[in-house]
Every structure is written in C-alpha cells, then in structure tokens.
Design a protein around this ligand. Sequence first.
Ligand code: ADP
Ligand code: MG
Length: 246
Amino acid sequence: MNGTRPIIEIKNVYKFFGQLQALNDVSLSINSGEKVVIIGPSGSGKSTLLRSINRLETIDSGSIVVDGQDINAKDNDINLIRQELGMVFQSFNLFPHKTVLGNLTMAPMKLKKVPELEAKKRALALLDKVGIREKAEVYPAMLSGGQQQRVAIARALAMNPKIMLFDEPTSALDPEMIGEVLDVMVTLAREGMTMVVVTHEMGFAREVADRVIFMDHGQIVETGTPEHFFTSPEHPRTKKFLSQIL
Ligand code: ADP
Ligand code: MG
C-alpha cells in the first residue's frame, strides 16, 4: 500500500509468567487504519498481547515496533510512544475523584501541556461525539456502566492517539448497554482509526473487522477476514470456539 510500513509490527514475541507461557511466538503486522479483532478462549493470551503493545507487560523476546519505534529499545521514551496508543479496558478505570470533564482534560494538560480552555473545549467535543456532553460535570459513580465506558473511550481519544486498543470493552456491561458502546466504536472505525479490539461481540467483528485473529494457548492459530471466520474457519480449535459462542 503506497510503500507505507505497518503502524504496529509484532515479531516472534514470547512472554512467560514464571513457567506459564502466555505468548508463544506471536507475529502480527497491522497497517495504519486497519481494524483487527482478536478472539479466543479465556487465558489464550489476548490481554497479554494487547498489554504488550504499550508495554504494560514486558515481553521476554521478540520485538514490537509501534509507528517506527521499538517500544522496548532503551533509548526510546515509552511515555511518548504511549501517547500514540489509547487503551480501553473491561473495567472502565475512570478517576473516581474527578468529574467526567476532569477525566478528559487531565492527561492532555499534564502530559501535552494543552492549555485548560483548549483541553476543555476538546473534551466537550469528544463528549458530544460519545453522546454524553450533558454529563460533563458529574462524577463517574453517577454514571451507568455504558456511560462510564463511553467516557473512558473519550478520555483515550483526548490524547489524539494514532491507535486504539480495546480489551473486552463491553464484557462488564449489562446487555442493554453494550450497543451504545459498540456504536461509538463503529463510528471511530468509520473515521479511519487504527483499532485492535479483543471482543466476543461477533456482530461487531463482522461489521467492522478487516481481519479477525483467533488465539489459543498463546499462539495465533488462525487469521482471516470475518467472512472466512464465520463461514469457513479451518482450524479445529477455531471451529470449536465459534460453535461455543455463536
Ligand atoms: P486472555 O486475555 O486471553 O484471557 P491473558 O493474556 O489474560 O488471557 O492470560 C494468558 C495467560 O497468562 C493465562 O494463563 C493467565 O492466567 C496468565 N497471566 C496473565 N497475566 C498474568 C500475571 N500477571 N501473572 C501470572 N500469570 C498471568
Ligand atoms: Mg483478557
């Protein structure tokens, strides 16, 4: 694609927790603007892989290059690289003692020295985007899970990341709130954001993913388009997993 290099390049990555091998020779290249959905059973290494991309976990061997920078290289500033990576977790992880607006303005003001007025203006625009501008002045505890997760997405976007990582963003939500969060993610995808999403929401995968990746026992077992996955998965473990969740 016009000579562009992948925005994330994961090569031969191994990660152990003591004796337990969480990642076993994982390689994966993701292009700018691509949407990759990662599926797989519990304990297969999905979170470890995602967390390794912004060095919330340190890998034991292999390499991870984000936007041209080796995230484990000693001379690279991981905090600068992390500014390119927004992350959204299953548990929303908002700052409970800050208002919604405070949650959104804190990192841009502190880390990027964005002036307060500008940070607030941008925060309100983002709250508009996720559909909860009217909640700007309330504290997270006053919000539903779906609203908190939308704030968490807006907060990640406030840093203007190039890539968004989502780790089961709807798994902790009551069913009626899943849609409002997925809608925000679909919008983000349509705008061209590079997204890596761990999820069990197969409707989302079908609609949004350029590529679906199935992991098991720390390995990428199968990769393909959503059509491939939902009509003709090849690996027995993929078939078994899909038959259990669909
Ligand atoms: P998934 O997200 O696919 O459910 P994880 O990446 O969380 O899987 O975990 C992969 C494996 O690594 C699991 O066996 C899990 O128990 C183990 N693991 C994950 N984090 C840690 C940790 N901090 N310490 C020890 N083991 C861990
Ligand atoms: Mg996980």
